[in-house]
Write a protein that binds this ligand. Sequence first.
Ligand SMILES: NC(=O)c1ccc[n+]([C@@H]2O[C@H](COP(=O)([O-])OP(=O)(O)OC[C@H]3O[C@@H](n4cnc5c(N)ncnc54)[C@H](OP(=O)(O)O)[C@@H]3O)[C@@H](O)[C@H]2O)c1
Length: 301
Amino acid sequence: MRAVQIDRFGTPDVLDLVVAPEPEPGPGEVLIRTVATSLNPVDDKTREGAIGDGTPPLPMTLGWDLAGIVVDGGDSGLRAGERVIAMSHQLGSGRGTWADLVALPASAVAVAPQTVGLVEAATLPLPGLTAWQTLNWLAVSAGERLLIAGAAGAVGGVALQLACARGVAVDALVSRDAQVAFARGHGAEVVATDPDAFRARSYDAVFDTFGAFLTDAVADGGRYASIATQAGPVPDLSARGVRTTVNQVHEDGAGLRELAGLVDDGSLRLRVHAAFGVDRIRAAHRRFLRGGLSGKIAVTF
Ligand SMILES: NC(=O)c1ccc[n+]([C@@H]2O[C@H](COP(=O)([O-])OP(=O)(O)OC[C@H]3O[C@@H](n4cnc5c(N)ncnc54)[C@H](OP(=O)(O)O)[C@@H]3O)[C@@H](O)[C@H]2O)c1
């Protein structure tokens, strides 16, 4: 089968489409034929060698997102031919999804949303679970006020929609004027490109997707979650009674089922900026690196 691997760290030129052995699903695993995947910042950092210690050994197959068709459902209850999505924690397990066939624990897999194609569905798993799990940590509920930094990004854009669907009042920090319309159109109230535009100590919770550290904005007694691992820890705000975390996404098929339901009931809209065939994986990465995106870069198999 084909797999996108690196045998060294570097520019997109280190990405190779190689012939790799087919995985054998173990007990409790599902074998999936990949139809589409998408690029995430972690793939880029892994390829560059920016993650540091703890990456899987080289050569490694990259990729976290997966949308595909079940080949062998094992004892999972999933049937051969069923459309599924999954997130694989590639850094933790070494199981990259950028391959024709991927074996994953059944607990990481969910039936795909019915109302979108698998290319769109492939943009959901990693950003969706990150948004879902971080909002759950923040425990924001209807009537509370949430500030999202990076609200038009992949994770921020999902978090914005999920929070609005929960009845949370959301304000949004975005990077450029082109993102203002997106944030307003998806339910944000105050939308600004200036981090000083938000009232101090007025938010029950802050969801920080890029290391903005808008710590003045959170109310005393509030919650502050960052997902920007590489920006470092959130400053200690315990003197103000603010709980803080740098949240780390984990595999979660049950969370994916909830997210698929929200896609199907129209609460969550997915965005594909462009799709590339897997034979153009280097071009896909170069497009990702240029930035200015209005959705995710998908890759088809
Ligand atoms: N901890 C975890 O488990 C976890 C999980 C998923 C992702 N992450 C990390 O979280 C980060 C976001 O991921 P993502 O997939 O959402 O990336 P993304 O799609 O690039 O989103 C980041 C957003 O933040 C915006 N932004 C960046 N700098 C800004 C600034 N100074 N002011 C205002 N907006 C700014 C970007 O704007 P532009 O589009 O203009 O650049 C973009 O809209 C990445 O660093 C990723 O590695 C961590």
